[in-house]
Design a protein around this ligand. Structure first.
Ligand code: BGC
Length: 789
């Protein structure tokens, strides 16, 4: 691979789904998987196009039960473009001879290029070169240029381009028992001689979709409307060695778009006005240039290349266009159908990165949550609680979308899913509100929507906490922590665990921040909030008390993941590794054996250790101090070692958090986990899951690993805190960020030295705090600081 180009050589059906995910093109509004246009969905290929926030709900019968699921809808496929010699077979890499095949993802320009040489026998070769884009300046436009060259012959080529609504959601094998037919009322038509259209609706959410396609070729197109497809056909005359070009330009709209009347009209109108491919590319390149200037991370070597790929996919899922949409952070990007396009807590790994480059995007993603605050308050009320209970999985309207049953593919059994008890998602939202406001200085958001969310999340925790006379502490019972393996005590009849340390410490943090915020609010605003929420002095006193008395269990001198974790059986890790090799999904292995992971001290991913990911050592010490406990360095190191030995890393987030936490502890194993996070998707570490969509949290998390993890960067109490840790394998890096109104604040670390550049502006100076000194940098000033070893 050359720098900035992600390249695949040869055709391998086994790898195709992974490539399709990693070669997805998107612009924050829509994304299309990198499938070959001449192929339709089957066991090898899965073309998928998704528009952010376009969901539909269907009911299916599974294991004798009616289950309802909301899915991000696979939209009509705009890619189809197939070709054959007169009277021959349609050419695909599965049916014809592939002499050469290359796929190149150009990261700098956001173009996907493919180049294939099909052998046609008797020395005849058809060369197919394609370039495609999901337009970064006009997010409703996609384009595909195809160039055919005949080698060793001249002749007629039949080319068929289509818009195809005969698609279903069938990209994830585990979900195939579920109804995936989301599109109804499909109609196709002809707009002009070169343009066809397709419109349809989603079955229950009733979103109207309009797509139009314009075909530009040297020969006129004939049009057929057959069933759910609008087909344009051209016959191209190929003269030996002379490339012939055909361009397909499409526009997509839905009834969720602002500033349109009708999606079909908007799509046909837009495609009619769209310039030709070359000009489209020029504008697209300018938009990508601007993105890279705001986001780029300068890391040398192979790690730098992988980080650029991660950044590319983050920007394709969450771009400045996202700032205009009502959407959240889809855990698997817009790259596939795993987790049904749902929004989990993964924004905790994404927003801290975006805050320092695209604060307007972070704000929009927080507004997605704020618009669903009322729904979260209703959910809390229905559960007999006060405040806001945000759903573990969220989709269109913010109701709880976590599946009721999930399939263990190993045993074939459908099992109850209690992961919805991960109420810690609320703390992730609160954390992001705080982080976003600290980084951007957006007091308006903090005092209005931010405060409304923070206060209701704090209220939920205060109400969930019950006082235990025996312990003389508050407890939060019946929850599930980030480690999803443990959903219940062994043999318990009810799901949920007590005193999850991560939940309780972060709840205490939320309560403290809420109290701080109430103090900080301008008086008229405080009064408004008090009037609106009924908050009174008594409630605030209660928050103060609970924030200091939440129970955090310990055993054997380490923080317990939850009360009783230390009493669970020890797993024979070596034995299981020997028997099964890959034991990341230990939960599935044990269930298939008729056992349960609930019985063991075995975690799927970082749970207690997440505390070291969210908080710097000083902040974490402070939090424990507030709780009346001492967390010294030895206890933390023991805790890190304890869980490291008992974690199977069944989530891509696990490698990332462990890499981060170990790097912060200056431990040599850190790199192994950082590598795992870097390799997560490109090497498909979780065994085939990347083909179903990228892991956006881990991708963005690796960017933030450099940005905040290695530098120790915190935006706290109005200052920029830095406390770099060495990671020998990643020792020189630099990036520029937006911070409190400053654009392009540069940070570069190299050979034990840190350079901070504050560009000239009218903004206030920046207070920088390092462990051993404090400096104040004026706009236009550069500071070079030698780092302590
Ligand atoms: C992880 C969760 C995560 C979800 C979506 C799961 O495998 O355990 O922490 O939120 O994937 O990425």
């Amino acid at each position: 691979m050359t720098d900035g180009i992600w390249e695949y050589e040869g055709y391998d059906p086994v790898d195709e789904r992974l490539r399709e995910s990693l070669c997805t093109l998107g612009n924050g509004y829509f994304a299309t998987r990198g499938a070959l246009p001449e192929c339709t969905a089957d066991d090898v290929h899965y073309p998928g196009t998704y528009i952010a926030g376009c969901y539909n709900r269907l009911t299916s019968e599974v294991a004798g039960r009616q289950v309802e699921n909301e899915d991000m809808v696979n939209l009509p496929n705009w890619l189809p473009l197939r070709f054959r010699l007169d009277g021959g077979q349609w050419l695909t890499p599965d049916t014809a001879t592939v002499l050469d095949h290359r796929q190149l993802l150009h990261l700098a320009s956001g173009l996907l290029e493919r180049w294939t040489r099909y052998g046609l026998g008797e020395g005849r070769v058809l060369v197919v070169r394609q370039q495609r884009l999901a337009h970064m300046a006009d997010p409703h436009v996609g384009a595909l240029r195809t160039e055919f060259t005949a080698e060793g012959f001249s002749g007629e080529l039949q080319v068929e381009a289509a818009l195809d609504a005969g698609v279903t959601n069938s990209g994830v094998a585990r979900y195939r028992d579920l109804d995936g037919r989301h599109l109804i009322h499909v109609h196709t038509g002809t707009a002009t001689t070169d343009t066809v259209w397709l419109r349809c609706r989603t079955r229950t959410s009733d979103i109207r979709i309009g797509i139009a396609a314009r075909l530009t070729a040297d020969a006129p197109a004939t049009v057929r409307h057959e069933g759910r497809r609008a087909v344009q056909e051209v016959r191209l005359h190929l003269a030996e060695g002379r490339p012939v070009v055909i361009d397909k330009t499409v526009a997509l709209h839905t009834s969720r778009d602002p500033a349109i009347s009708d999606p079909l009209y908007a799509a046909t109108h837009r495609v009619g006005r769209a310039p030709g491919f070359d000009i489209l590319v020029d504008d697209h390149l300018t938009a990508w240039d601007q993105l890279w200037r705001r986001a780029d991370l300068d890391v040398p070597g192979e790690s730098g290349r992988v980080l650029r790929l991660h950044l590319f996919h983050v920007l394709q899922t969450l771009s400045p266009h996202t700032a205009d949409l009502d959407v959240g952070v889809p855990a698997r990007g817009l790259h596939g159908e795993a987790y049904r396009g749902h929004v989990f807590w993964d924004e905790l790994f994404v927003l801290p990165y975006l805050n320092l480059h695209f604060p307007e995007v972070s704000r929009a993603l927080l507004r997605y949550r704020h618009r669903r605050l009322e729904q979260a308050c209703t959910a809390a009320r229905d559960a007999g609680r006060r405040g806001a209970m945000f759903p573990w999985q969220s989709g269109s309207d913010g109701r709880e979308e976590t599946q009721q049953l999930h399939l263990n593919p190993r045993s074939g059994r459908w099992l109850p899913d209690h992961s919805r008890l991960q109420h810690h998602v609320g703390s992730a939202i609160a954390y992001n509100v705080w982080q976003y406001c600290e980084a951007s200085g957006d007091a308006e958001f903090l005092h209005t929507k931010g405060a409304e969310m923070l206060l209701q999340i704090a209220r939920f925790w205060a109400d969930a906490a019950v006082y235990d006379e025996g312990l003389r502490r508050h407890r939060i019972r019946g929850v599930v922590g980030p480690d999803e393996y443990h959903e219940a005590y062994p043999d318990a009849t009810r799901p949920g665990l007590d005193d999850n340390a991560y939940t309780n410490v972060t709840a205490s943090w939320v309560l403290s921040r809420a109290l701080e915020l109430v103090d900080l609010l301008p008086e008229p605003r405080r009064r408004e909030l008090v009037e609106r929420t009924g908050l009174d002095g008594g409630e605030l006193e209660q928050w103060e008390d609970i924030s200091r008395t939440l129970h955090v269990p310990f055993h054997e001198g380490v923080i317990s993941q939850f009360e009783g974790y230390g009493n669970l059986a020890e797993l024979d890790w070596e034995g299981y590794r020997e028997s099964y090799g890959d034991i990341r999904r230990l939960d599935r292995i044990l269930e298939a054996e008729g056992d349960s992971v609930n019985r063991y001290q075995a975690s799927k991913q970082a749970d207690v250790l997440m505390l070291g990911y969210l908080f710097s050592p000083a902040e974490l010490r402070g939090l424990f101090h507030r709780l009346g406990m001492r967390l010294d360095e030895d206890t933390w190191i023991r805790t890190v070692d304890y869980y490291l030995r008992r974690t199977s890393h069944g989530s891509t987030l696990s490698g990332l958090v462990h890499g981060w936490v170990l790097a912060r502890c200056r431990r040599s194993e850190a790199w192994k986990f950082c590598q795992e996070a870097l390799q997560g998707d490109i090497a498909d570490v979780q065994g085939g899951t990347t083909g179903e969509g990228i892991h956006l949290g881990a991708m963005a998390g690796t960017l933030d690993l450099v940005q905040r993890g290695l530098t120790g960067l915190e935006t706290r109490s109005g200052a920029l805190w830095l406390d770099p840790v060495p990671l020998p394998e990643l020792s020189s890096y630099g990036f520029a960020m937006r911070y409190q109104g400053h654009w392009g604040v540069g940070l570069r670390l190299q050979r034990g030295q840190m350079e901070i550049i504050v560009p000239s502006s009218e903004e206030s100076p920046i207070d920088v705090r390092l462990p051993d000194r404090a400096v104040r940098l004026e706009p236009g000033e550069t500071s070079r600081l030698a780092l302590l070893e």
